[in-house]
Write a protein that binds this ligand. Structure first.
Ligand code: PLP
Length: 375
């Protein structure tokens, strides 16, 4: 049996999206900047994609800019806030994705900003009181907090954080790479300055994403060059990727609530079965609280096979990912689990679910883990 439980890393592409993109690659090869019919057709497809996305997340099409993915969108939001919007302080957390944390570190090293890391509860939830205190005592602030953590699944209360930022005149950058296509967004109600999204996390193609920039947030071009993306990002557009992204988002929105319900049941079922089967098992994150329904981060008891779990799972045809807390500053373990002070002697594995997963697959994985951990 082959089981893919690494959907937080990337998702398999929806076949309807594959067909749409393949047909376009065969037929519609025009450059969207060309003025002839083929060029105009490509331009129309991009603008239709933009409108579709804007309609789904309830913002204006002019607030969407296509990028090469989540990393670029995160970089653009953070770097432009500093260079164009006078940001001097960045409030963030130690469990952000490296696309955010390394960008902040880079800017701090260059002496351009001072960063402030929020206290985090052991279940991965941020200390909102600390956020409020920092917001009240600093000005020219950008808050960078991810909607859902890609390793442990803990989620912020996005509306609450947005309200706090607005009330304190701070910009808010939210990495929604793990939640776009999995949760409904209404950006007319949630006040966010920048939002980052990536197509390959919702059954779309890799190497394409978008940044939402609130119309009140005015920045200068990120990539200088041609006048693509209304001068904000020069370079011939990834037309096929953009069209595939919009289609994948549209499909995920059609089935959003049903998929969410089904996958959540699957995740809870796996947690229960593992608890029954393997003595001493724990779960990293906020399993029964505010958590991404696609991520189950399992914390196994110390075992002689600790270093071998992912390898053994791979041999059994199971794709998952892992990373334990670091024991020393030089270890390249998980920065998230280290920040949460998870015992480094207990190995952790992230199982992340997608629309294609079944209960039979969960049973198969639990059976294999039982063979490994229960003699
Ligand atoms: N942010 C989060 C939370 C992610 O999980 C990822 C990808 O794993 C990224 C950003 C980077 O996105 P991309 O692969 O599209 O650059």
């Amino acid at each position: 049996m082959k089981v893919y439980f690494d959907n937080a890393a990337t998702t398999p592409m929806n076949l309807e999206v594959v067909d749409l993109m393949a047909n376009m690659m065969r037929e519609d090869y025009g450059n969207p900047s060309s003025i002839h019919a083929q060029g105009r057709l490509a331009r129309t497809k991009i603008e239709e994609a933009r409108k579709k996305i804007a309609l789904l997340i309830n913002c204006a099409p002019g607030e969407i800019f296509f990028t090469s993915g989540g990393t670029e969108a995160d970089n653009m939001a953070i770097r432009k806030s500093v260079s164009d919007l006078g940001v001097k302080h960045i409030i963030s957390s130690a469990i952000e994705h490296h696309a955010v944390s390394h960008t902040i570190e880079d800017l701090e090293k260059a002496g351009l900003i001072e960063s402030h890391m929020l206290n985090i509860h052991p279940n991965g939830q941020i200390d909102t009181q600390h956020l409020e205190e920092l917001l009240k005592t600093h000005s020219n602030v950008l808050v960078c907090l991810m909607h859902a953590n890609n390793e442990i699944g803990s989620m912020i209360d996005i509306d609450h954080v947005a309200q706090l930022c607005k009330a304190n005149n701070a910009l808010f950058q939210c990495d929604t790479v793990q939640t776009m296509g999995h949760y409904a967004f209404d950006l007319s109600k949630t006040y966010i300055s920048f939002l980052a999204a990536s197509a390959h996390k919702f059954n779309g193609p890799k190497g394409v994403g978008f940044i939402y920039i609130n119309h009140e947030t005015k920045i200068t071009p990120y990539l200088t060059g041609g006048s693509q993306e209304r001068n904000m990002r020069g370079g011939t557009e990834n037309v096929y990727g953009i069209v595939g992204l919009a289609k994948a988002l549209e499909i995920s929105y059609t089935n959003l609530e049903a998929d969410k319900l089904r996958i959540d049941i699957l995740r809870k079922y796996m947690a229960e079965e593992l608890t029954k089967t393997i003595p001493g098992i724990l779960f990293n994150g906020d399993l029964d609280g505010r958590s991404l329904y696609t991520v189950l981060n399992v914390n196994f008891p110390p075992s002689p096979i600790s270093e071998m779990i992912l390898f053994k799972l791979d041999i059994a045809g199971i794709a998952a990912s892992g990373g334990s807390a670091c024991t020393s500053g030089t270890d390249v373990g998980s920065h998230v689990l280290t920040a949460l002070k998870v015992d480094p002697n207990r190995p952790s594995v992230r199982f992340s679910f997608g629309i294609q997963n079944t209960k039979e697959e969960v049973d198969y994985v639990v059976g294999k883990l039982k063979e490994m951990f229960v003699s």
